[in-house]
Design a protein around this ligand. Structure first.
Ligand code: SAM
Length: 192
């Protein structure tokens, strides 16, 4: 099996990738992560989805492709240049692009919980984990990538990742599987 032979790349992906390269944005999610997200999203018909860290919309494009007509996605980033690229390329009424600080958004959100959260920014992952996991419905997924060493990791980040994984593994309200695949993925299912 060649796991990198991916035939169903989203139509919007090429345009977004070109803009991503032009910007030299070096925190982009990879194709494998995108493909996994699409498959997980499709398991949540009429679902409510949250992405923390839209970037230029690469992972967003995969999530959109996994959504049925009743599913809605909220995606958050604090960088207007990136959000504008994602919004322009995807133009989808079922996606709410929110230009906001993730710390504030997570702490102020009072709406319905989510069936799947892709946490791809510091807030919602290394910080405000408790609050963010608290936004996942019972049976819902919390998905994170970049758990394996990445070229853009700053000094000391490896220790932070190790502590974060230990913290997740101690929790009694989740089941999780660690995948040494793509950039290092953890799929977490919420039990309560
Ligand atoms: C790893 S990148 C996201 C990549 C994206 N998911 C993709 O598919 O390519 C992390 C993103 O988090 C955003 N970010 C960083 N700090 C943030 C904050 N405090 N609030 C909201 N977004 C933030 C950055 O602008 C960046 O786009």
């Amino acid at each position: 099996m060649d796991d990198k032979a991916i035939a169903d790349v989203p139509v919007a992906y090429k345009k977004i990738w070109e803009a991503t390269e032009e910007l030299q944005f070096n925190m982009a999610s990879d194709l494998l992560t995108g493909s996994l997200l699409k498959t997980l999203v499709a398991s949540k018909p009429s679902g409510r989805l949250l992405e923390l860290g839209t970037g230029t919309g690469l992972a967003t494009s995969w999530m959109v492709d996994g959504m049925d007509e009743g599913t809605k996605l909220v995606t958050i980033d604090n960088n207007k240049v990136l959000v504008d690229i994602a919004r322009d390329a995807l133009q989808n009424a079922r996606v709410e692009f929110v230009l906001a600080d993730g710390y504030e958004w997570i702490q102020n959100y009072r709406g319905e919980k989510f069936d799947l959260i892709f946490a791809d920014a510091i807030p919602g992952k290394y910080e405000l984990l408790e609050e963010t996991i608290g936004l996942v419905k019972r049976g819902g997924f919390y998905v994170i990538d970049d758990m394996l060493p990445q070229p853009n990791w700053p000094e000391g980040h490896a220790n932070r990742v190790e502590r974060f994984i230990e913290e997740l593994e101690k929790r009694k309200d989740v089941l999780l599987t660690k995948l040494n695949w793509s950039t290092g993925i953890i799929i977490v299912t919420k039990l309560k």
